[in-house]
Every structure is written in C-alpha cells, then in structure tokens.
Ligand binder design. Structure first.
Ligand code: PA5
Length: 413
C-alpha cells in the first residue's frame, strides 16, 4: 500500500508548520512547554481534593471531558483511586444525574466544572444540580471551596462566576480548543486527582513528538495521516474503524471519534470515524466488516503485551475441546485473534493499518506513556488529515446549529 501512496514529506512539513502558526495550534508545543509551576499547582490541588473527597464529579461535555475519561478508563484508575471520578454534564439525562447524586450521597465530594465557553447547556445544567448538592451538604462557603472551575482565562460566564465566588480555577489556554485539550488542566487535573502519573502522560506525548515529527521520512504519524486521506480520496473509503482488543479502550475510541469527527466533518467532507472493541464486536459487527459494503478501512491499535497474563487452566476430562490451549497466556490467544482478524478482513477487501505502541516497562502495555504518545499522535495526525481535506481542524461550526434550534424551542431570549 505504502508504495502506491504519494507520501509528500514537504507537504507534511508545510502542514505541521501551519499547525504551529495557527492561533488554535498551541497544543502542539505543550508537551515541551507545559509550565512547571502550573504542573505543580495541578498536583497540589489534586492532593487537597484527594484528602477531602471520596469523589470528584467532573462536569463537562465533548472535548471538555472525553480525554480525561479515556485515560481514566484505559488505566483502570477507578479501581485504585483514593478519590474516584464521576462524569456528569455530558448528556441531558435526569436518571443519569440522579444516579450520580445517589452515588455521592453520604460521601465527601468536590466538583470540577470544565467549560471553555462557560455557556454550554449540558454542563451548565449539571453544575446547577451539583452546586445545589454541595450547598445542601456543606453550606455556601465550604461549597465554594469544593468547586474547581476549568475555563477561559479571560472571560465567559463560568470565568466570571468563579472570580466572583473565589473558586479555585485552572485555564483552558486561549489557543487550544476542547478536543485538543486533554494534555492541559482540562484532562490533567482530574486525572491527577484519580492518581494518574501526569508527568508520564506528558513524557509519552513528548516522545511521540521527538520520534514522529523530527524525521518525517520515518514517521508513522505522517504515513497514517496521508494513507487515510489516500484511502478516502482515491479508493472511496469514507469510513474509518478504529479497532482494538482491549475493552478498557472504549472511551479512548470515543475520544478519537470526537477528535476526528469534529475536526474533519465539514463542507460535506471527511472520513466518518467509527470504532469497535474486538473480539466482542467480532460477534456483532464482524459480519459487516467481513462482508458488508467496502467503503471502510480499519486501523488497529496494538500495545505491548501484559507482563503476567492469566493462562488457560487445565481441566482433566473437560469436554470443551480446549486442551490444546492449556497453559497458554490469554494475551497470546488475543494476539493470534488480532492477526487472524487482519488476515480475514484483508481477504474480504478491507485495507488495514496497525499502530503499535510499545511500552515495555509497564505491566499492562496500556500505560500513561503509551496513552500520552497516542494522544499526541492522533491530535497531530488529525490536524494534518483535516488540512489535507481542505478544512479547518480547529473549528466546529456544525455543533452550533443544534444549539440554536434547541434554545429556540426552550424559549431562550
Ligand atoms: O472540541 C470542542 O471544542 C467541543 O467538543 C467542546 O469541547 C464542547 O462543545 C464543550 O464546550 P465548552 O468547553 O465550551 O463547554
């Protein structure tokens, strides 16, 4: 496949320069330039929250929440966190909010409200409900100490409320939009509260930048961005399916979908981002992937294998026909399933790519380092890819349309 694609490295270099020069491209410099003072403050406030709260309710939607949730779920942080995260304000569901109120009932909690604009309806509604719960439990003054607002540093409804009430605040940097903000306080603060090693997350992103941007000829990132555009433009593949064999990556897939969907889907163009978790989805979407319309290409994510995996136990006289697998690590079986899936889909006429991220130091392969690497990898590939489509990677004019209609129906003046 690579031979047929025009991997135009000078164009890639030009597009990377465009990112650097774009007023909304500040996320590109972050892995190296993140302020040490701000990082220290994030950790200090996170420690304080860990000490006085069992739960941190993170209120936000889209780019203001998906990155943190992706890493939280991928690292199983909820299993070990001293202070667990709950995610609210990413829908308009009353039962979901009630569930959160029930979970925090009888526990100490704090609230991290995250909204760059400060006017997004879903988080604003949830914030009212959670603020009321805080005031009922702790009283007005203590409630204010338990609210951390992550918002625009200069203006906006949330910025103004935070200032007036003396909430602790973190900035969504002016030159960074929601879906590129996971490595800012938007993602780093809640993740630090949950016990994530945020230094390693940034280190992973730095490593990606060092290895993928300094030598474009060897860059998998550039190959990925150009290949997906080639498959769209030349082969009529307008759906990309991101596939992995780890269920913990379900929210990483959601983050990836938002990143590409909002960045690329403009002017009646763009690749539709979809995702699967195998082998689960081999038993649902597998049939379509093998035999359905051939407008799809598939990108597989692969990590270093888990160091001490479970093995298949032996059972004397078992009738399940699995004796040939006795003693085999489940990781090895999963790896074979991945190779087999790629072979089968390839034979079925689907173009496939594998992105393999190695972190041999971590027990599970899915680690802060590998996730930090992938976050930067996809953010940059997405921006390049959107520019190849000729659209602005950093705006989202379409999202405003539903808001206008909804506000009309709700009678907003
Ligand atoms: O990526 C984006 O810019 C969007 O998904 C926003 O993050 C989302 O709409 C939430 O916006 P805000 O942070 O202003 O509440």
């Amino acid at each position: 496949m690579k031979n047929k694609i025009d991997l135009d490295y000078s164009l890639a270099s030009e597009l990377i320069d465009n990112i650097k020069d774009d007023p909304m491209g500040d996320w590109f410099a972050l892995p190296e330039t993140f302020s040490a003072t701000e990082l220290k403050r994030i950790k200090e406030v996170a420690k304080r929250v860990q000490n006085d709260s069992d739960y941190l309710v993170c209120i936000g939607i889209g780019g203001s929440y998906l990155g943190a949730r992706a890493v939280y779920e991928a690292l199983y942080l909820g299993d070990s966190a001293k202070c667990r995260l709950l995610f609210a304000g990413n829908n308009l569901s009353s039962p979901e909010l009630k569930r959160i109120l029930k979970t925090i009932d009888g526990h100490d909690f704090s609230v991290n409200v995250i909204s760059k604009s400060g006017t997004t309806l879903e988080p604003a509604v949830a914030f009212r409900v959670l603020k009321q719960a805080l005031i009922e439990k702790y009283g007005e003054e203590e409630a204010k100490k338990r609210i951390i607002a992550t918002t625009d540093p200069e203006c906006g409804a949330l910025h103004d409320e935070a200032k007036e009430n003396g909430y602790e605040t973190f900035d969504v940097p002016l030159g960074i939009g929601g879906r590129y903000s996971v490595l800012t306080p938007v993602g780093l603060f809640p993740l630090a509260v949950a016990g994530c090693n945020i230094d390693k997350l940034l280190e992973g992103a730095r490593h990606c930048k060092e290895t993928q941007i300094s030598h474009l000829e060897d860059s998998m990132l550039v190959t990925y961005a150009f290949t997906r555009f080639y498959l769209y433009d030349e082969c009529g593949c307008d759906v990309e399916v991101l596939a992995s064999f780890e269920p913990c990556l379900m929210y990483f897939n959601e983050w990836w979908k938002q990143l590409f969907g909002e960045s690329e889907g403009k002017d009646k163009q763009g690749i539709f981002p979809a995702s699967v978790i195998y082998s689960t989805d081999l038993h649902s979407l597998g049939q379509y992937m093998q035999d359905g319309r051939r407008n799809i290409f598939e990108t597989f994510l692969k990590f270093s294998p888990e160091k001490s995996p479970l093995t298949v136990p032996s059972f004397k006289g078992a009738a399940d026909g699995l004796d040939y697998l006795e003693g085999k690590p489940i990781t090895e079986i999963s790896d074979k399933a991945l190779t087999a899936t790629i072979k089968a889909h390839d034979a079925g006429g689907i173009s496939t790519m594998i992105i393999e991220v190695l972190d041999n130091e971590s027990e599970r392969g899915v680690s802060e380092l590998s996730l930090g690497f992938l976050i930067f990898f996809f953010e940059t590939a997405c921006a390049i890819s959107a520019m190849l489509h000729g659209v602005d990677p950093f705006n989202q004019p379409g999202v405003e349309k539903y808001k206008k209609e909804m506000f009309k129906l709700l009678g907003k003046e």
